[in-house]
Design a protein around this ligand. Structure first.
Ligand SMILES: [Fe+2]
Length: 368
């Protein structure tokens, strides 16, 4: 439906554009007039280029997905209140999360509320500019947790079979490598990428034994960092291709809040207690001992970015967000989220919609 809206919208604006004679030969060289120029110029008349609309719509979709997953965390392990309603909490799961920091429920609550505001704002801005907002409601089909404390509503995302990539841990500690140079990075918790693990209790059966529930809470803590480092990268990556200064301001103002989240979760993950899950063998090593202690690539309290190579190895190293390559960034984000199992059980229609939104965002170019 979104695709139809976009196609219909652009062809009708193109017709009125031509009818008004703005594209007459001599005013703009016809050889230079491409489909994209026509669309961009037409949308610019209402204040938003088609590229800017595509980037904002894709980011809004990502924020809707983030909200859905954070909502599930908040229902069981956060604070359920008027700001973030839904669910009634799981005392055992909240206790296990609090092993990492007594403030975990507050941080989960605040992260969840932030994501709500991100997609609400971006969608409202799109509508105000006459562009279609993102809407994934038709894909809320997944069964969520049945543990006491979770709402019995259908979800967009699946937190119960995650394969969590924790290479951001070493990526942000490296002083010589950068993913934008195709460098790769070792995992902090190798076990998390070698299977499928729940990050929330799937049912009350997951509340015992204690070590199993602690492994679930630890998985969540590392997943928080994995999600928010992605948000930290996607905003600067896409900001490089927006045209309007106001849209740039939106991306530059929301993006750093993802970095604020990431910084907190990076710190909290370093407090994950050593535990081996007796039900599946997942190992969380002792982060206060070697190889984590005494090794700069793994040391648990090195939570600020180490400087590394940026743009060219001829420049001095720089402390930066990484990656920030813009080409293919939107599809890269979709592949990353899909590979972690976040959409396990989703329909073909869901993936088609998400791929279409990402493809449109990746086609966007700066026009001014
Ligand atoms: Fe967000």
């Amino acid at each position: 439906m979104l695709q139809r809206f976009m196609t219909r919208g652009s062809s009708s604006t193109r017709r009125s554009f031509l009818r008004n004679g703005l594209a007459a030969p001599g005013v703009i060289g016809t050889a230079l007039i491409t489909e994209q120029h026509l669309q961009s110029a037409a949308f610019a008349a209402s204040g938003l280029t088609s590229g800017d609309a595509s980037i904002l719509r894709f980011l809004s979709a990502l924020e809707i997905l983030e909200t859905d997953l954070w909502q599930q965390y908040n229902e069981l392990g956060g604070i359920q209140d008027a700001e973030v309603p839904g669910g009634s909490g799981s005392k055992p799961y909240t206790r296990a999360l609090s092993e990492l920091d007594a403030d975990m429920p507050q941080y989960i609550h605040d992260n969840t509320e932030d994501e709500f505001t991100h997609f609400n704002f971006i969608n409202a801005y799109l509508v105000a500019k006459g562009a279609a907002p993102a809407n994934l409601d038709q894909f809320r089909t997944l069964q969520g947790s049945t543990a006491t404390g979770a709402q019995n509503v259908n979800r967009l995302t699946n937190l119960m079979q995650l394969t969590v990539d924790t290479s951001w841990w070493t990526r942000y500690r490296s002083r010589t490598k950068n993913p934008d140079f195709a460098d790769t990075f070792p995992q902090a918790i190798p076990g998390l990428i070698q299977g499928k693990f729940p990050a929330i209790p799937r049912s009350d059966a997951d509340l015992t034994p204690r070590t199993h529930l602690q492994a679930i809470a630890n998985t969540a803590a590392f997943h928080f960092g994995t999600i928010e480092q992605g948000g930290t990268s996607i905003y600067p990556s896409l900001a490089q291709r927006v045209s309007s200064v106001e849209v740039l301001r939106i991306l530059l103002s929301i993006g750093p809040t993802e970095a604020l989240h990431f910084q907190v979760w990076h710190d909290k993950a370093g407090n994950a207690p050593a535990v081996t899950d007796p039900t599946n063998g997942l190992v969380f090593p002792d982060l206060s001992k070697p190889p984590f202690a005494g090794n700069e690539d793994l040391q648990a309290n090195l939570i600020m970015p180490e400087p590394t190579v940026f743009l060219s190895s001829t420049f001095p190293v720089c402390s930066i967000v990484r990656p920030t390559e813009t080409q293919g960034a939107a599809m890269g984000a979709v592949r990353f989220l899909s590979a972690m199992g976040l959409f396990t059980g989703q329909s073909d229609g869901f993936f088609a919609e998400l791929n279409a939104l990402a493809t449109q965002a990746d086609l966007a170019q700066r026009t001014i």
